[in-house]
Ligand binder design. Sequence first.
Ligand code: IMP
Ligand code: MG
Length: 215
Amino acid sequence: MWGSFASRYHARLDPGRRRAGVSSQPGLRAVHDDIERVLISPEEIRAGIERVAGEVTHTYRGTDFTVVGVLKGSCVFVSDLIRAVPIPLELAFLSASSYRDGTTSGRLDLSFFPAEGEIAGKRLLLVDDILDTGRTMQALVDTLMERGALDVKTCVFLDKPSRRLAAIQPDFRAFAVEDLFVVGYGLDFAGRYRNLPYVGALRPALYASAAPARG
Ligand code: IMP
Ligand code: MG
């Protein structure tokens, strides 16, 4: 009985979801059910992280540096990334949201920030889930430099270059994506879907009536 449900369920999935090993327990609503298609599978994510981790390692070998994760979106990426970087590093987090208020600066709300001793005189690698308009990252880089960082580089899991409004490019990026709202692997919609092990596109009906949460 379970077997036949599983094969019927599997038959509903598109090839991308099947490749990603997506399945859910019968009778339980799973986050996977809200995904229209998988854009980046867990295997592709692993390969992308290995590549970026190699670049980060090459850049910082022999140098003290601190990885600064931007909460909440970077939590999944940063934890996989640091485990693929085999050189000494320190880890810090900050929490920020910037308003899309029509200005080019974008006002930054810092609800949580590292202590001054973790910034001043340090080489920082700022890690976020996605570089979209770039306003958040630009404001964070400026703020960290103002607070005395020696150097700030940026690393993002996803880059949406077509949406850029601020003059910033990531120093490291795992993947470039088209202009499409995506969820999973840390990226949320209205606070949910961060726990998907792949990057996917939501069924359009789900976000037709709501606005995404920030962070
Ligand atoms: P921006 O670069 O200042 O426009 O903002 C980047 C932030 O917007 C990210 O850290 C995410 O929290 C959010 N964001 C932008 N695009 C997406 C998306 O496609 N899915 C989920 N969150 C997104
Ligand atoms: Mg974010």
